[in-house]
Structures are given as C-alpha cells and as structure tokens.
Design a protein around this ligand. Structure first.
Ligand code: GLN
Length: 292
C-alpha cells in the first residue's frame, strides 16, 4: 500500500472510532513509523510502505482507535520546543502549560541573570516538563522538582538526563511543600484541578489512560490549589511569586480563595492563548511602610 492510501484508510478508521482530528493523527502515527518529517511524507504520497512498516503502523492505529493517546503510543511529546519522553507514569504535557513556563522565565529574568541564586520549585512535576524547560532556558538556575508519585519522578529523571540538566534539577519525593528549602523565590505548579465528579466525563484518552492522581482535584477541583496557597504563605520569599495552572472556569474562585487564605497577597489571573483563565499568580503582600 502507498502512503496516500494508508493515510486515507487510517483517517476513515480513526474517524469511525470517534478519534478527534483523525487526519492529523493518521499522519502523526505514520510519520513516527516511517521516521520522517511532515514535508517528506507529503512529497512521497505515491511511495509504497514496506510490509513490516505496514504491520507496525496497523498495530499502532489499532491502539489509537481503541482510545490510547498518541503520545503514549509513540512515547514522545513536544513541550516548549523540547522533546519529552512520556508514558502512563505521568500526565501528557499540554500546550497551555507552556504559559506557566513563560511567566516563570519572565519573572526570573527580571530578578537574576540566568536564574543564578534563585530558589525555583516545581511542585507536582509529573514527567518533569516544567522544571526541565525552565532549567534549559536558565543556565544558572538550580530547580527542585517534587512529586508524590515515585513513578513520575523516575520518568522526570529520564527526561532531565535526556536534556542534560540532571545536575541542576533535583527531584524530591513528597507532598507539596514537604522537605523543601525556604524561602522559595519562584514556585510553579500544574496541580490536579479537575473536580472528581467530572473525571468520568472527560475524553476516554484521559480517563482510561492518564494517571488519576495527576488530574483529580477533589470535590470542586480546587483542593490542591487551596493547599498550595495555604502552604505558600509560609514558604514564599517576600520578593517571590507563585504561578499555578488552574481550570478555565476556576479564575474567579481562585482569586477569592487567594484573598481569603492569604489576605493582602497580590493575586491575578492570566488567560491562555485561547482566552481562557489559566494561570493564578500570587505575590506576597507589599510590606507596609516602616513606622516613623
Ligand atoms: N489540563 C488538563 C486536562 O484538561 C488537566 C491538568 C490538570 O488537572 N492539571 O485534562
């Protein structure tokens, strides 16, 4: 079979199985099997696919049609221009989380050259994307990345080594701020924030394959966000900041929680590229003027 027919048949098969963007997914999997770029596949539509490549492709398409996410099938996901190893030990990185990295890097660059001297922490690092992306862009920074899941930390280590930042990304097993040094200058986190009752309604790619621990934010989705704000009060440097990813409908609630849990702190919400509430930023209260 040639590339054109393989793409067409696969698109139809994936579409019939209820897969989103079936044309893109078919091409992505075929490019992975043939180990080629988008340009070359489109230039070679008449090329025949070898029987062994065809057989490999069919088995991957079968997994995709059954609902397994492409990133787990290929073991790769790009995030912030870097290639990460991904598997069911941790959540697949999402493009909207890149904003968290961008905001942390912007804040860091206004405080230090190359991140030197800053204590930067990524709480709930998963496969390590946020910490590793920050480390690769701040050559002077040391970053502590924590997770409650030992499996996720193992994967994060593999990714840190892949990007040669394993000496500057310290992985710590623990819950939220446990065992962390203080004060922290920059805290970033993509915590679980989906309400428990909504989990069964998410796409099967998520509910049947990604770790529940990385998604389940308790009854209203904000249990971990709540604890992060509470603990940040005692751990954040007076000139520091925390950046937390939130759900698209949690902006208002996150603001009022921040004001309630940490009175006078400076909280704001930043929307993602789709215009949806995405990042909660909190800075400690401005120190009051010294008495005269
Ligand atoms: N953004 C993810 C999703 O939509 C959720 C990530 C999280 O809970 N941190 O599935």
């Amino acid at each position: 079979m040639n590339v054109r027919d393989a793409l067409r048949q696969t698109r139809e098969r994936l579409q019939a199985s209820g897969v989103d963007e079936p044309g893109f997914e078919a091409e992505y999997l075929l490019r992975y099997v043939l180990d080629c770029t988008r340009e070359s596949i489109l230039l070679d539509l008449d090329t025949d696919i070898s029987p062994s490549a065809q057989c490999h492709f069919d088995s991957l398409v079968g997994r995709r049609a059954a609902g397994e996410p492409s990133a787990y099938i290929t073991g790769h996901k790009e995030f912030y221009g870097l290639d990460f190893k991904v598997d069911p030990r941790a959540l697949i990185p999402r493009p909207e989380t890149e904003l968290l990295v961008e905001m942390a890097l912007d804040f860091a660059s206004r405080r230090s050259t190359g991140g030197n001297g800053l204590t930067i922490v990524d709480v709930g690092t998963g496969c390590g994307t946020i910490a590793i992306a920050i480390a690769t862009h701040l050559p002077g920074a040391s970053i502590i990345a924590t997770d409650i899941s030992p499996d996720a930390l193992q994967l994060a280590y593999e990714n840190a080594a892949r990007h040669d930042v394993q000496d500057r990304v310290t992985l710590l097993h623990g819950d939220l701020f446990a065992h962390l040094p203080r004060p922290i200058d920059i805290l970033v986190s993509n915590p679980p924030y989906i309400p428990s009752t909504e989990l069964p309604n998410l796409a099967r790619e998520i509910t049947h394959h990604e770790p529940r621990l990385a998604l389940d934010g308790g009854p209203d989705g904000m249990a971990v966000i709540h604890r992060l704000i509470e603990q940040a009060k005692d751990n954040l440097s007076p000139s520091g900041a925390m950046f937390i990813e939130i759900g698209w409908d949690q902006g208002e609630r996150a603001m009022s929680r921040a004001q309630h849990l940490w009175p006078n702190s400076q909280a704001s919400i930043t929307p993602d590229l789709a215009g949806l509430d995405r990042i909660l930023t909190i800075r400690p209260p401005v120190p009051s003027a010294l008495p005269v």
